[in-house]
Design a protein around this ligand. Structure first.
Ligand code: PLP
Length: 705
């Protein structure tokens, strides 16, 4: 790692540990570390958009020096730093106590995206947050893991909505020196550059590192001088549309990523593939064994027995299929190294029902992994049906695809004020033991008034953040008054507020609630019991139907007929997601079933006492218990599904929300909030999820390693 002293020349020695803290994302889920940065200077913390690296680089010398002489600050600093160093150097934790010696070779986790923090825009949506939450939890449990992914210099996309509602994407190049990411250096002190093997003409990748607690995440970057422009563009942004470039991206991730681990001397025991994009890493594991003298079949068996594959999407177009002529172009030198001929090689990636279509990454990964799973109970069943053809001799229920329902990293997604409240009532150790449902029973001890006050404060905060964003865009970017209105400046903190925020993929049906305009208007415009809805989300740049849905909602958001009760907030990302899942009253979800594999934003909302109103699909089939939110059977028919939502709003949600006791507290509503937290938090935590991966898969895979 490069020298902290060069990075932060003004940082006095007495508090030089701040540099170390800034470069480990541990701070992002530790309120006491965040407070340490905030205490340095509050406006600077805000100005940096909560990015300590950026903040430390920009703070004037006198401010930093005054803090270094402040006993109160130093007291807090010493306490935090010693806890940090102790935790980062420890190999202890649940894993070593229950599963295996932590000296075990690490598990290698490969994913095309990671949602860790908004200062690292290397994600598009749920798949990335799942990966980010997974590795954070790994760190907390003390399990040995090394993660591999891409450094996307242009991130996903920065969303700007034109006054006519059309989404435009603005490329914004990441300032690598102001992000919590460091260059991995070679022995000459230069950034490590690795040649991706077996690809001709060659592609080189530079290596970066992000520390996620105890877990190192290595990110590869093709945007370096030695590469020609076509190669430089491989890691420019997520999910490139051009099929050949996409293939090259996946070769670089799987094969290049494996080579990076080799170059760093990091051996791994088990490989976990998050979706099919990085699946070529499997080939490298087989090739190494074949080069060592093993036959293909034996090598494949060994690799299979130590490979875990998680599939995430029931949408057919979500699975990459590469035409054979491109596979020939890039792999004709490669398959002989596996001891295979062309046909045998292509065979491992064909889908039996459509063998001519090309090399299917999911079919390939499913064949080559002994441990396979969908991401909810329902999705497991959907995946078994979807991939039945790979096991023609088996009945559907015996297709070997299991499920592990997603969960969210509780320390990341719990709001700090809510965390303080729980500290008071759940006992001091609740966070250490948060996947234990018994602990959460104590939620009932929280006085209704206190929970309601925290919630109301978070709702005000959300609305303030939304208004401030609109004000800034008005002043700095000279957006039109239409955008200012649509962006949520007219929101009313006292109105019942629904949140809907996610990727604008068409199957998510963001505009479903606008099916029956007359009925919706009656709800929005009710004089005594108004409803308002806050929308946010990005459409994929190539998804015009998704952009049209977004445009439709944006246009409602500035239609005076809807009285300012609809808002569309621009540029959904990790930070806005945090404010929204903490601060709205109800979290709405209405995808076209069965296309939501799991969904995780509703888990984040429930954890913070924001009940979920959702179609019964994905995780909610397991989560809904009749008293922790609302549910309706999806018919798949837009009209009927919208009606189900209006019925629930009219008969349940609205009357409950507005029914106050003589202290002004909606008691029955608070009861649902408590039930939402209590029943969902332990079950849909990343802690429960990661323990399940370990116990169902890794533990037995490690035996074969
Ligand atoms: C959690 C999260 C998602 C995933 O939400 P879904 O409910 O799975 O659609 C997407 N984007 C962001 C920014 C998130 O925080």
């Amino acid at each position: 790692m490069d020298n902290m002293k060069d990075r932060f020349p003004y940082l006095p020695d007495r508090i030089s540990g701040l540099g170390e803290l800034a470069y480990n994302l541990w701070w992002s889920w530790q309120p006491s570390v965040r407070m340490l940065f905030k205490m340095l200077n509050r406006p600077a913390w805000k100005e940096s958009v909560h990015n300590p690296v950026k903040m430390l680089r920009e703070l004037p010398k006198d401010i930093v020096e005054s803090v270094a002489n402040d006993p109160e600050y130093l007291h807090h600093y010493d306490a935090v730093l010693s806890r940090f160093r102790k935790e980062m150097s420890s190999k202890g934790g649940w894993f070593s106590e229950n599963i295996a010696d932590p000296e075990y070779l690490p598990i290698a986790y490969f994913s095309a995206e990671y949602g860790l923090h908004h200062s690292l825009p290397f994600y598009a949506g749920g798949l990335g947050f799942l990966a980010g939450d997974h590795i954070k939890e790994y760190s907390d449990l003390g399990a040995p893991l090394v993660a591999v992914g891409f450094m996307y210099p242009e991130g996903y996309l920065r969303q700007k909505i034109r006054a006519d509602g059309w989404q435009e994407s603005v490329d914004e190049v990441l300032d690598r020196d102001a992000a919590p990411i460091t260059r991995v250096l070679n022995d000459k002190g230069e950034q490590l550059v690795v040649k991706v093997p077996f690809i001709d003409p060659p592609v080189y990748v530079a290596v970066w590192k992000v520390m996620v607690g105890r877990v190192p995440l290595y990110l590869i970057d093709t945007d370096i001088e030695i590469n020609d422009p076509w190669n430089r563009g491989i890691s420019a942004h997520l999910y490139i549309g051009d099929i050949e470039q996409r293939l090259r991206q996946e070769i670089v991730l799987g094969i290049g990523g494996s080579e990076v681990l080799n170059t760093l001397g990091i051996k791994h025991s088990v490989l976990h593939l998050n979706e099919g994009h990085p699946a070529f890493a499997i080939l490298e594991r087989i090739r190494e064994r074949v080069q060592g003298g093993m036959g293909f079949d034996k090598a494949m068996e060994q690799v299979r027995a130590t490979t875990v594959f998680t599939t995430h999407t029931p949408v057919p177009a979500g699975h990459d299929v590469f035409p054979f002529h491109l596979m020939d172009k890039y792999f004709s030198h490669y398959y002989p190294l596996l001891g295979l001929n062309r046909d045998a090689f292509l065979q491992i990636g064909t889908h039996p029902e459509n063998p001519a279509a090309g090399f299917n990454m999911t079919a390939f990964a499913l064949r080559m992994s002994a441990y396979r799973n969908g991401v909810s109970k329902k999705h497991g069943a959907v995946a078994r049906r979807m991939w039945q053809a790979l096991w023609p001799e088996r009945q559907e229920e015996n297709i070997p695809i299991d499920f592990i329902t997603n969960g969210v990293h509780v320390p990341t997604w719990i709001e700090p004020k809510m965390e303080l409240l729980l500290n008071r009532y759940l006992g001091p150790n609740w966070l250490e033991d948060h996947d234990n449902p018994v602990i959460w029973e104590l939620i009932d001890d929280i006085p209704d008034k206190e929970l309601w006050q925290v919630h109301y404060w978070l709702k005000m905060k959300l609305i303030n953040v939304i208004r401030e964003q609109a004000r800034r865009r008005w002043v700095e970017d000279k957006i039109s008054p239409t955008n200012v209105v649509a962006g949520g400046t007219l929101l009313d903190p006292s109105a019942l507020t629904i949140g809907f925020a996610r990727r604008f993929a068409t199957y998510k049906r963001a505009d479903l609630i606008f099916q029956d305009m007359e009925r919706l208007k009656r709800l929005l415009n009710d004089r005594w019991r108004p409803l308002q809805i806050i929308f946010a989300g990005k459409a994929h740049p190539a998804d015009d139907p998704g952009k049209r849905i977004l445009q439709r909602i944006f246009n409602f958001a500035h239609d005076p007929d809807l009285r300012g009760r609809i808002a569309f907030v621009e540029d959904y990302g990790e930070q806005l997601a945090q404010y929204m899942v903490h601060g709205v009253d109800v979290w709405l979800n209405n995808p076209l079933p069965p296309l939501e594999a799991s969904g995780t934003s509703g888990m984040k909302a429930s954890l913070n006492g924001v009940p979920h109103l959702s179609i019964l699909d994905g995780w909610w089939i397991e989560g809904f218990n009749g008293k922790n939110g609302w549910a309706f059977e999806g018919s798949g028919d837009d009209g009927k599904d919208a009606e189900a939502i209006y019925d629930i709003l009219e008969n349940n949600v609205i009357p409950l929300y507005y029914k106050l006791d003589d202290y002004g507290i909606p008691r029955e509503w608070v009861k649902i909030m408590k039930e939402a937290i209590k029943s969902n938090a332990p079950l849909f935590s990343a802690r429960r999820m990661v323990k399940e991966y370990v116990q169902k898969f890794y533990q037995s895979a490690l035996k074969s390693a």
